[in-house]
Design a protein around this ligand. Structure first.
Ligand code: URA
Length: 222
């Protein structure tokens, strides 16, 4: 039912766009006007089907696969990245490329948790072309899906990976990851710990010690 309504709405939006209408900035800037999580399916399977049919932003045109997220739907710990890269777009799974291999090592060798026992998702569920940073408009239209995933999973701890994930999740768009990484932040019902993105660690291996320290904090809190 919801998806039929959304498809009708989308059709109308395409018609408006053919007349020359553009996105209205208030929709991008005012979160309360974005897709509400209340309108979204409340079971994981239904939500996944819903997201797989999403065409709310232009990333839908270039994606090969929607990367919904994966892991334990009852996980205590959730990792949130920025958006799928090439390997993730090809496979439909989050964090499976080089950065993903490093994330898996961090989860398994520092936290001593199996990757299947955490939940891994991204701010945007479709790959931005050339791995560019997702725009605010893309993040705003995709964020309700992630918020709904968080509501369903109810993790104890959320770890955001890199500046982009932290900024879009919290709407602190100017936050500096070097200043806030490792802090334990109250984020609604959850504890949020921002840390560096594994891709950053691949380029700057000397920063691994900071992520190691952050993960020790996570481990102690689980
Ligand atoms: N980088 C991300 O932020 N997310 C992925 O899924 C892969 C790489």
């Amino acid at each position: 039912m919801i998806s039929t309504q959304q498809l009708k709405l989308l059709k109308n939006l395409y018609i408006y766009r053919s007349f020359g209408y553009k996105y209205y900035n208030d929709i991008i800037n005012n979160r309360s006007l974005s897709n509400s999580t209340n309108d979204l399916p409340s079971t994981f399977d239904e939500l996944q089907t819903f997201v797989h049919n999403c065409h709310l932003c232009s990333l839908a045109k270039t994606r090969k696969n929607v990367v919904f997220g994966e892991g334990d739907a009852k996980a205590k710990l959730m990792f949130i990245g920025e958006g799928p890269g090439m390997s993730e777009d090809e496979s439909g799974r989050p964090f499976v490329g080089r950065a993903g291999e490093l994330l898996t090592k961090i989860i398994e060798n520092v936290l001593f948790i199996n990757r299947h026992d955490v939940y891994i998702a991204n701010i945007v569920k479709c790959r931005p072309p050339n791995n560019r940073v997702p725009t605010q408009e893309e993040a705003t239209s995709c964020l309700p899906f992630l918020q709904k995933q968080i509501q369903i999973i109810k993790p104890k701890i959320i770890v955001t990976l890199g500046a982009t994930a932290y900024r879009y999740l919290t709407n602190e768009l100017e936050a500096s990851i070097t200043k806030i990484r490792g802090e334990v932040i109250d984020f609604g019902l959850y504890k949020l710990i921002p840390t560096f993105h594994p891709s950053y660690l691949l380029r700057n291996p000397s920063a691994k010690k900071y992520v190691y320290a952050d993960m020790l904090k996570v481990r102690a809190m689980l």
